[in-house]
Design a protein around this ligand. Sequence first.
Ligand code: HXC
Length: 283
Amino acid sequence: MFKEDTLKNEVILITGGGSGLGLSMAKKFAELGADIAICGRTEKKLEKATEELKEFGTHVRWYSVDVRDYDAIGEMFDSIINDFGKLTGLVNNAAGNFLSASEDLSPGGFKAIVDIVLHGSFNCTHHFGNYLIKQKQRGNILNIVTTYAEDAGSAFVLPSACSKAGVLAMTRSLAYEWGTYGIRVNAIAPGPFPTEGAWTRLFPTKKFEKKYLKKIPAGRYGDHEELANLAAFMMSDMANYMTGECVTIDGGEKLSGGQFNFIDSVMSRGKLKLAFKMLKMKK
Ligand code: HXC
């Protein structure tokens, strides 16, 4: 669907780009002509990912850094700009999450997630925004949030829900504040897309995973390609008039809270239709 050079002349940093959804997005961006910087904490993962990314023929480099460290992130931005000559896009993808009853959380556990997700996104965004504003250069920021970042929040992932809500607020606040500098800030709220990082932490058993599927009208988990395509569109000039938006991509899962949606799970669709007919006849 995309032209091969859709992201040519772009240099995009993807945090947590060494694996999972970050790597899938990086691959799509490289396929569409972008030069790629990825960062993360695990050098082995980053090295391997870089080799895979190089196959698309664009300039690729990895940077070993923890998004929680503001000064180290600043040094990384200096290195990227030195190595590539410029930076045009940032994807705040690095995240941390685990399941826990909220009353059992330690302050350290809560802080670890807030530091990675909220502070990490701020740290990268703040350095990138300052660079763009000083250079008088247009740029693009894409924040990967979650479907529970607004409205309902979510039980058992309190630190993540609080942090992602903050990142969504940051998305909208900066979209307005930095719009005048030509900086677009958008978000994607992915539903369940299988990755090792999320699955091992959030889907403890096969039974749980199977049951979870029932919540998704599409009847399946997301395909990385689907998310990567959306991200590529949002990072491209095709979306130049789009800012402050959060696009959900979840096969309809987020809508499962509709007041009468649950009756579908009480009996089969066929039996349900019969029951509706009987109710109509009773009238
Ligand atoms: C309760 C936990 C815990 C757990 C860690 N902690 N794991 N508490 N349950 N499962 C607590 C520790 O006890 C410690 O608290 C504090 O958190 C920090 O733990 P460390 O292991 O020292 O931290 P660190 O090495 O920095 O690791 C951070 C991490 C780790 C978040 C805990 O899991 C990680 O690095 N994750 C990155 C990858 C990831 O999580 N991917 C999933 C993203 S999925 P004390 O009090 O002892 O100091 C996602 C999308 C969700 O976000 C949507 C899916 C549908």
